[in-house]
Design a protein around this ligand. Structure first.
Ligand code: GRF
Length: 198
């Protein structure tokens, strides 16, 4: 059985989408948060998934003792140092823009919208000490039409994240390359985002 650790600091909607996707699969998930009362931990508790409050300064010791096949950041709001990353092993993150655009932004959805870009999207990338600067694993676009409200755009980005991230995680766990067609073939596409409206 593969071991997956998911780290978040807040809401945990990506965690929930990942947990649902893997619920019938041979993957053991642990949810970790550096914020004691984060909603992500409540979601894990509700779903019956192993979860733990992990203070930021205890990361090194924790990851030295607890190894996973893959560590997934999902709204983790701290920057991981090189020595901690070395202990963690393979670490990936999701960012709500087409990197390198809006790299390092903690408000990338709003920043993209206010900048007036016509195409934004979602990126899954390897985590390195360069924040949002690791090699890109997968990207998918969301088009911003002239009549689009921010709320609609934000919702499209989040719904794309929830469909894309689990599939990319599964591919990385299997050491396989993500292809756009995986979004459709995995039956995980609601055709709700403008990226795949046909
Ligand atoms: C997501 O938009 C993700 O791209 C960014 O942080 C947000 C986390 O949302 N890195 P949630 O906690 O998964 O709901």
């Amino acid at each position: 059985m593969k071991k997956l650790a998911i780290l978040g600091s807040g809401n945990g909607s990506n965690f929930e989408a990942i947990a649902e996707y893997f619920s019938e699969k041979n993957v053991e998930i642990t949810c970790l948060s550096n914020v004691k009362d984060a909603y992500i931990l409540k979601r894990a508790e509700k779903a019956g998934i192993k979860h733990e409050f992990l203070p930021f300064k205890e990361n090194f010791e924790y990851f030295k003792e607890n190894k996973s096949d893959l560590i997934v950041l999902a709204g983790y709001m701290r920057i991981l140092s090189e020595d901690v990353l070395n202990e963690m092993g393979k670490v990936i993150n999701i960012h709500p823009s087409l990197l390198p655009a809006f790299k390092g932004s903690t408000n990338a959805i709003l920043d993209a919208f206010l900048a007036g870009v016509k195409v934004s999207g979602v990126t899954v990338h390897w985590v390195t000490t360069d924040v949002d600067g690791g090699k890109i694993i997968a990207q998918y676009p969301v088009f911003i039409t002239s009549d689009m409200h921010f709320d609609e755009f934000e919702q499209e980005i989040h719904s794309l994240e929830h469909r894309l991230y689990p599939i990319v995680i599964e591919k990385v766990l299997e050491d396989k390359v993500f292809e756009f067609s995986d979004l459709l073939s995995k039956g995980n596409c609601s055709k709700g985002c403008s990226g795949c409206k046909k």
